[in-house]
Ligand binder design. Structure first.
Ligand code: NAD
Length: 323
């Protein structure tokens, strides 16, 4: 029975969810502590390692005498897997793009709605006995009738547009690499535009690009200066796409209306960060894709790939490493 090592420390409940969708014939090897010593001891018998957000240490790969495949639970392997040590040992690498689109798209909408009504502030104030029945009215807006700008229009950008459309919003996207598809655009009620047009015309701006050299600090002082003062910024992609100092400046000076963030330049966020002192912001701890449904969807796709692997068939979403 192939042993599959799970590199992140989870809870018994989370391991239970994985085992629920794991096909018969596999054994899941899980951790009880977050110690690399335990990892090195347990990975020794395993042919496959599943890696999620927790990077797999090179010493753990070196201790994995039987390891033949590292399967990432998501797609972000650049900062979690040392591919040079995989190449050295002839270990293959595959990714799991499935499973995250819906969770992130729903979360973008959640953050936009929550920021539009200052949900975090209203909730925490209510718990302190402060009843903002009228004071939030001048800073609260609706989604219906607004123009949403999507920076990056791949899987998640499009899924988000589908959801905003249901709320009565129209859209514009900036994505120099996306295919032009007028039928899709008509169906989603969106149109392509350049970045400047998007920044100056949209009421809600939602970021859906990967973090690359080109997108790092793509939204900074200059871009905030171009936005309407009524803009809500939503970031569910990667923190460093937005210059956080510029965002704090824009939010605290009233340059923009509000923001909803699931990702940050430094995670976890320091409670002393100036972000935490702002009323016009809603923040979540990188949980856009952290749902039961996403985990099960990912694990179904991942174990289907492991079945291919053990049948000797070609893998889906394999990263071609220079062996
Ligand atoms: P995708 O590859 O389908 O779409 C990304 C799009 O960004 C592509 O269409 C690409 O052309 C576009 N793009 C690349 N560079 C750009 C640029 N400079 N300007 C404008 N557009 C550009 O990926 P996806 O599945 O839609 O995911 C989008 C991003 O969401 C991921 O890269 C990841 O950073 C993030 N994500 C976050 C979470 C989370 O938990 N918060 C989970 C999954 C994904």
């Amino acid at each position: 029975m192939p042993k599959i090592f799970y590199n992140s420390l989870g809870t018994e409940e989370m391991y239970g969810l994985i085992r629920e969708v794991m096909p018969e014939g596999f054994e899941l090897v899980t951790l009880e502590t977050d110690e690399d010593g335990e990892r090195r001891r347990k990975i020794g018998d395993c042919e496959v390692a599943i890696v999620a957000a927790k990077p797999i240490d090179t010493s753990v790969i070196e201790a994995a005498g039987k390891l033949r495949l590292v399967h990432h639970q998501g797609v972000g392997y650049h900062d979690t897997v040392d591919t040079r040590s995989l190449v050295k040992r002839g270990i293959r690498l595959a990714l799991t793009p499935a499973g995250t689109t819906t969770g992130v798209a729903e979360h973008a909408l959640l953050l936009a709605l929550a920021a539009a009504k200052r949900l975090s502030f209203a909730d925490s104030e209510l718990r302190r006995g402060r009843w903002h029945i009228n004071s939030l009215r001048p800073v609260s807006v609706e989604i219906c009738g607004k123009v949403v700008g999507y920076i990056g229009f791949g899987q998640i950008g499009q899924a988000t547009a589908r959801r905003f459309k249901a709320f009565g919003a129209t859209g514009m996207y900036h994505d120099p690499y996306a295919s032009h598809d007028p039928r899709r655009d008509a169906e989603l009620d969106v149109r392509p535009g350049d970045l400047e047009e998007l920044l100056t015309q949209c009421d809600i701006i939602s970021i859906h690009t990967p973090l690359t050299d080109e997108t790092r600090h793509m939204i900074s002082y200059e871009q905030f200066a171009m936005m309407k003062p009524t803009v809500i910024l939503v970031n569910t992609a990667r923190g460093p796409i937005v210059n956080e100092a510029a965002l704090v400046d824009a939010l605290s000076s009233g340059r923009i209306l509000a923001a909803g963030l699931d990702v940050f330049e430094t995670e976890p966020v320091d409670p002393n960060s100036p972000l935490c002192a702002l009323e016009n912001i809603v923040m979540t701890p990188h949980i856009s894709a952290g749902t039961i449904d996403a985990l099960k969807g990912k694990m179904r796709a991942l174990f289907a790939n492991l079945e291919r692997f053990f049948r000797g068939e070609p893998l889906e979403n394999e990263v071609k490493l220079n062996h």
